[in-house]
Design a protein around this ligand. Sequence first.
Ligand code: ADP
Ligand code: ZN
Ligand code: ZN
Length: 687
Amino acid sequence: MPENAAPAVVRVAVDAPQHSGLTGPLDYASEQALASGTLVRVPLGRRELLGVVWPGDAGPAPEMALRPVAAVFGAIPPLGADWCRLLDFAAGYYQRSVGELASAVLPPQLRELSPEQLAARLRKLQKKPAKAAVPEPARPALAPEQAVAVERIAAQLASGAPKPLLLFGVTGSGKTEVYLRAAEAALAAGRQVLVLVPEINLTPQLEARFTERFAALLPEPLAIVSLHSALTPAQRLQNWLAAHLGTARLVLGTRLAVFASMPELGLIVVDEEHDPSYKQQDGARYSARDLAVWRAHDLKVPVVLGSATPSLESWQHAESGRYERLTLAARIGGGALPRVRLFDMKALPPTAGVTTALTAPLLAALKERLDRGEQSLVFLNRRGYAPVLHCGECQWKSDCPHCSAWRVFHKRDRTLRCHHCGFTERVPSACPNCGNHDIAPIGRGTEKLEEQLTEALPGARVLRIDADSTRRKGELEAQLKAVHDGEVDILVGTQMITKGHDFRRIRFVAAVNPDGALFSSDFRAPERLFALLMQAGGRAGRDASGETAAEMWVQTWHRDHGLYQALARHDYVRFAGDQLAERRSASLPPFSHLALLRAEARTAEAAKAFLDAAAGLMQDEGVLVYPPVPHVVARVADVERMQMLVEAAQRARLQAFLRDWVPALLALKREHKAVLRWAVDVDPLAI
Ligand code: ADP
Ligand code: ZN
Ligand code: ZN
């Protein structure tokens, strides 16, 4: 480069703090022109941060001298234009800065390594030439419905303008086999494949299935990689680089993997697309499912959204013809879905139902299965022993001093634990208020259920799986193995055990207390409950060779509720139709579009004052701003949480509103010093 050449101005996406108001890429000076997508290190304030040279023209030559780029990661090929488009879109849509988002989704270790250190790691990952002849993997013959689905996906692969595909298949209908075939077709066409799953726990199972299938096709190390937050920083960087360099042909991951750099991406699969874990719950609150659809559209590649209980958003898209629906109605091997028995709690003697979740008829049913040597699953969505400890003398209850919530009694380690702020104390031996020794747990959690089952069914091998039993690394795997190996008679747990696991031996599933969600203030609660129960039921009878019918037992006080009636017939279509009709008449999503503004402060008044002022900032007749209300759990760790809903009939209208509103909120926040945190959640899942 000639000595007196003027330095180039480059735009760099860098994670500037939100309050600085620096939301777009920043200008820096560089001795050489840098291609967009190049990873760099740049100074910001007194720090030096990872940044990405961003597409688009730099601003006019500045008055002040620009700070120079500190280092260039020359050994790594630049991120693709498509990756930058994805980030630009996501940042704009979810109202975050592109630099913040880039920094959040790139592997953390990139921030720490120097360009030289990184270059050394890389070198190992050079792409190998494809082999000439590859043996075909061994695979089962497809069932007729599977064959149609695979054919349609292949047709979309070949088409230049594919539509998103909704793979609507009951549990056990062989959706994964469809993903495998679709992946095979894309791999054979020389493309990379991205498969998203909702839970880290489900990645090893899926990885094993894909690795087994593609062992011959993809024998090179790192041809199949996973991406999720439980990897070590070094593994995550290695796998990310493998995807970026094209070494990895198949990437399996959780929501963050939607941002993987995959220059030859040709197919995206989103398994269990309805699952709420696809929505990020802090920072940039993106929906990986929605971004997968956007990314596929942008790249003109197919995206397959699979579920037995699709989100009502996706279902409505299929109804309206925006998505192509592929249906797998039959279980592989002809196994019937479990018979659903709605057990009417009102039929019990007046007091029996209140005191125990383990009703006598349920116990009898469990005993029957036990005597036949069959496995059962009992499901309750509350961990711990009992949700509250109570004094009968003075009515003291174990509330959390820092939250508007009860502290849960955990019997095993004799603690009272707040599931919101983590505040934990030893259980008092007497009522802290009046000294009465007779304090008792009310209600029930998985721990108590486990204890009751063990007492009521001597000799039964009872295993509990929930967040408490699986804290240590490896515990969950060991516990799942015991279930698969038939070393467990009754499995007790939270929704953790209802997801995805291909339990072959379970023939009886019981939901002991699911009614709560029917009366939640959150309009999505019934949708979530239905999906959860269908999924829990799907764990039963996956092996059709059993002699007895598989059964799902649902204890309820509201037997005639439409949700349970649809469940009893495994009738998702009916349920979705009813729910969508309700949503339409109430103008709720997917027939309207929502954003939530949240604010947290030491006092509810301060949080509300901010929200009220925010509501006053803008008028738009196409956008409805509701009055502020407290969060369902209003106080957590001594912080009051308020929220305010913003609604528009059109997505574009809401987006236009947010584009002006959010910068104004940044300014407003400076006047509201008492507000600790605020955030905008676009398309919020939990209201
Ligand atoms: P889903 O994901 O829809 O719940 P899976 O893909 O896990 O269902 O399939 C259920 C079971 O059926 C799995 O054990 C799978 O190996 C098996 N399976 C799937 N497709 C076929 C097929 N075409 N022939 C034989 N077995 C199959
Ligand atoms: Zn008392
Ligand atoms: Zn608390």
